[in-house]
Write a protein that binds this ligand. Structure first.
Ligand code: NAD
Length: 470
């Protein structure tokens, strides 16, 4: 089955790939083909960047009120059709329908919020130390922005980067994950319907490395906003060192959860299961390393196992990814960890893996040290809170961290010492449309969402007037 608009979108037209390549989109829950879409390469990226470059002067010249009206219309369309759009996302990503509906509602929030925030781009004037000078600092859209995104949130990942860039007055070449291109294509179709001028948003699908390189190489592409793995983020950084392409990198995470001794253990354990198994654990801020005081570990694990046995989850995105998570479980078990529940594939088609709980996970095991990105709940015992904070920081990642306690000074001590970009205190969802989303260390650089997400798409220009009569 193909969907209307299931193609590349260049200069306002739905088009095939330059070389005629095609690609099957697979439903990870059934392993059936759900769509067949164009699959291009560098030539398609070049065409798209050229179109976005031609569209840039007119788009930047529009007032933010005009641009905002179009983005706002797109938000309204997304919200009105969230259920229908979610079905598309479910087919390509395998996630539960309710999660996909939520994802489209948040995508609508992003377009609505940036439609307004684009009106708040302003510079400032500076008092000069020379009496005859006047100094202004301006913010200008950077130009054509490339958006490359991961498959785990096929609507939200592109929406947050595209909405910010368009609101800032940039034009965009979007390249969704080849595993989940349909939701991105639906975003392009909605923007077209909302009145976005031809070329302001272009969409390509195809060969990852060739398309990334083509974006880096094209002189008219000024910035890449990338959401994905640390490895590919570093590849883009290597490339950008030669081309000076600006980068925002939203990369992987390995979030610690500190369950302090005073916390309500049962409530935290039940909430932890819901948070951990959202999108089958394929979430960059997914709680991963659960640190629980040694004397409470047994009781905590019992509640977790009880809750997990009642939990149903969607499949992983691909066979390759399922094998990766299974290998993490196997290596932990061979190093002394114990499977408390799960760990096996259910019968039937689809890339499913039972939600799994591992006890006795040590900090050097890959199930703790590496990003899992799957349905694996790993518990580690601690003896002393300060040591647990140190262990939480002992990672190359720095995206999200969670603390559960009712002791305010202890919470403050923890959030001040945790070296992560986003901290949830008694909160499994430390992110918001209007707040900056960002990691540090290997988790990336730059920001998405919030006012900071808008600033990523702007450049600063100094204008200095001399010889002004006082
Ligand atoms: P990935 O790095 O394999 O792919 C991400 C995107 O990059 C895809 O569109 C892919 O096709 C493309 N790509 C692959 N190789 C490329 C190359 N050489 N040049 C240019 N583009 C290339 O990651 P993934 O498996 O799709 O996603 C999972 C990762 O994404 C996890 O590490 C997860 O934590 C991370 N992620 C981070 C955030 C965040 O906001 N920090 C959000 C979602 C996902």
């Amino acid at each position: 089955m193909t969907t209307t608009g299931a193609a590349q979108f260049i200069d306002g037209a739905w088009v095939d790939a330059d070389g005629g390549g095609r690609w099957d989109v697979i439903d990870p829950a059934t392993e059936q083909i759900v769509a067949n879409v164009p699959f291009g390469g560098a030539a398609d990226v070049d065409r798209a960047i050229d179109a976005a470059h031609r569209a840039f002067p007119a788009w930047r010249a529009r007032t933010p009120y005009d641009r905002g009206a179009i983005l706002r219309r797109a938000a309204d369309l997304m919200r009105a059709r969230a259920e229908q759009l979610a079905e598309l996302t479910v087919r390509e990503a395998g996630k539960p329908l309710a999660e996909a509906v939520g994802e489209w509602r948040v995508s609508a929030d992003l377009f609505e919020w940036f439609a307004e925030e684009g009106k708040r781009v302003h510079g400032y004037t500076l008092p000069s130390r020379v009496a005859t000078k006047r100094v202004m600092v301006l913010k200008e859209p950077i130009g054509v922005v490339g958006v490359i995104t991961a498959w785990n949130f096929p609507a939200y990942n592109p929406a947050r980067a595209v909405a910010a860039a368009l609101a800032a007055g940039c034009t965009v070449v979007m390249r969704p994950s080849e595993l989940t291109p349909l939701s991105g294509m639906a975003i392009a179709a909605i923007l077209q319907e909302a009145g976005l001028p031809a070329g302001a948003l272009d969409l390509v699908n195809g060969e990852p490395a060739a398309m990334g390189q083509a974006m880096l190489d094209h002189p008219h592409l000024r910035k890449i906003s990338f959401t994905g793995s640390v490895g590919v983020g570093k590849l883009l950084m290597d490339g950008a060192s030669r081309t000076m392409t600006r980068l925002s990198l939203e990369l992987g995470g390995n979030a610690p959860v500190l369950v302090l001794p005073d916390a309500n253990l049962e409530a935290v354990a039940r909430g932890a299961v819901a948070a951990k198994f959202r999108n089958a654990g394929q979430v960059c801020v997914s709680p991963q390393r659960f640190f629980v005081e040694r004397q409470h570990v047994r009781a905590f694990e019992e509640v977790v196992v009880d809750e997990v046995r009642k939990t149903r989850i969607g499949p992983l995105i691909s066979e390759r990814h399922r094998e990766r998570v299974e290998a993490l479980i196997a290596s932990a078990v061979s190093a002394g960890a114990t499977i408390r529940t799960g760990g096996v594939r259910p019968a039937g088609p689809g890339f499913f893996l039972e939600p799994t709980v591992l006890g006795g996970v040590g900090p050097t095991m890959p199930a703790s040290a590496e990003e899992i990105f799957g349905p694996l709940f790993a518990v580690t015992a601690f003896d002393q809170v300060d040591a647990a904070i140190d262990a939480a920081n002992r990672t190359r990642y720095g995206l999200a961290a969670y603390v559960f306690t009712n002791d305010l000074p202890a919470a403050m001590r923890a959030y001040e010492r945790l070296d992560f970009g986003m901290i949830g205190i008694n909160d499994w969802s430390p992110q918001a449309t209007e707040a900056p989303f960002s990691g540090r260390k290997d988790s990336g650089m730059g920001h998405e969402s919030g006012h900071e997400g808008l600033l990523e798409n702007l450049e600063t220009k100094l204008v200095s007037f001399g010889n002004v009569a006082p």
